[in-house]
Design a protein around this ligand. Structure first.
Ligand SMILES: C[S@@+](CC[C@H](N)C(=O)[O-])C[C@H]1O[C@@H](n2cnc3c(N)ncnc32)[C@H](O)[C@@H]1O
Length: 215
């Protein structure tokens, strides 16, 4: 991640796209996340089966496709990098999605989204977006999540990487599960909080799956 950090330090707004342009995408797992797969296949949380989902900072969009196919939600992957969106659209096009799968990719900055009440989401999923943004923007992240998820809707957070001690560099910036909860505030009920049974090998022991329901 050193090169990514350098690019983002040089240019916080265009740095992500530069990383994509230079093919420096060490976060790209090449697959959807096992804890999300397990959750969507289980009945641990009564997740919505109709409506709309959003994945901010979707990258190549593996989890976007998973949510759309497993839950049948119209799922939008959001990324500020045009190159990431191109890669996500190409990946979706080559994935042989079942007919009727509703997936789309949009080039917006998460912090500029301003939904009207009818446009709120039934579900938002955050994996490596919270830790990608500057920690100083976390309160804004919390306000946006509260504005974007409809009452009764869900926010799935796959919190990774969780380090035992604070560190300065990033992304990914140091985070603890409490950091997510602190900026979400009171309007949420935690409905699941667990160490995943299956994780990517390098995530074992340093990630947590936490699901919130908007009150
Ligand atoms: C660490 S990557 C993770 C990508 C994806 N979640 C994955 O794990 O493969 C973070 C992504 O967030 C995008 N991003 C960063 N800031 C953003 C913003 N303000 N709004 C939307 N996307 C953003 C970057 O372009 C990058 O693709």
């Amino acid at each position: 991640m050193d090169r990514v950090r350098e690019l983002i330090r040089e240019d916080p707004s265009a740095g992500w796209d530069k990383a994509w342009q230079q093919n420096v995408t060490p976060w790209d797992a090449g697959q959807s996340q096992p804890p999300l797969r397990d959750l969507l296949e289980s009945d641990e949380v009564d997740l919505p089966r109709s409506g709309r989902a959003l994945v901010p900072g979707c990258g190549r969009g593996y989890d976007v496709i998973l949510i759309a196919t497993a839950l049948g939600l119209e799922t939008t992957g959001l990324d500020i990098s045009p190159v990431a969106l191109e890669a996500a659209r190409a990946h979706a096009a080559s994935s042989g999605l079942p007919a009727g799968t509703k997936v789309n990719f949009e080039g917006w900055d998460f912090f500029t989204l301003a939904p009207s009440p009818g446009e709120q989401y039934d579900l938002i999923y955050d994996y490596t977006f919270f830790v990608a943004i500057q920690p100083s923007r976390r309160p804004e992240w919390g306000r946006q999540m509260s504005a974007l998820v409809k009452s009764g809707g869900y926010l799935i957070t796959l919190a990774w990487p969780l380090a035992p001690e604070p560190y300065e560099s990033g992304p990914p910036h140091y985070s603890k599960p409490e950091h997510y909860a602190e900026v979400l505030g009171d309007g949420w009920e935690k409905v699941l909080d667990k160490e995943p049974e299956h994780s990517l090998e390098r995530h074992v022991g340093c990630e947590r799956l936490i699901v919130y329901r908007s009150l």
